[in-house]
Design a protein around this ligand. Structure first.
Ligand code: AMP
Ligand code: ZN
Length: 135
């Protein structure tokens, strides 16, 4: 077992745990981008959300809501960013599915700067159709 997050779940690597149940485990990110930056991970090892079973995915979603509620109660952030990096190109470093929960406050230094792409109406139609047909 080479996966650092599997090792955390197994207790072989220490973590600042905040929650665990049969489907998920949550702990503080060791390199936080804000105070209270928390990771919610699937107990099952899978790198992508689509590699989880429906039950495993649902379990992580339920744990996410509990963790977010806890972060809100404990820290009272003005807002949160909740996101997943999937694939190296998207910034995923640890290939074990995890959801970032990042408390936000007005005037903090967290920034997600990204350009937008321009699409024609036809492209919007094609894209929505292609995705819808593939679901
Ligand atoms: P990502 O770039 O989405 O794969 O995020 C991986 C995250 O895991 C990073 O924010 C790291 O700071 C965090 N991380 C890596 N190793 C550990 C660890 N041992 N304990 C806590 N967080 C970790
Ligand atoms: Zn793993």
């Amino acid at each position: 077992m080479e996966c650092v997050f599997c090792k955390i779940i197994a207790g072989e690597i220490p973590s600042y745990r905040v929650y665990e149940d049969e489907g998920a485990y949550a702990f503080l990110d060791i390199n936080p981008i804000a105070r209270g930056h928390t990771l919610v991970i699937s107990r099952a090892h899978a790198s992508k959300v689509t590699e989880l079973s429906a039950q495993e995915a649902a379990g992580v979603a339920l744990a996410l809501q509990k963790v977010v509620r806890g972060v809100e109660r404990a820290l009272g952030p003005e807002g949160l960013n909740i996101f997943v990096n999937q694939g190296e190109v998207a910034g995923q470093v640890v290939p074990h599915f995890h959801i970032h929960v990042v408390p936000r406050s007005r005037g903090d230094d967290v920034r997600f700067v990204t350009p937008t792409v321009e699409l024609s109406e036809e492209e919007f139609r094609e894209l929505s159709g292609a995705i819808a047909r593939a679901i």
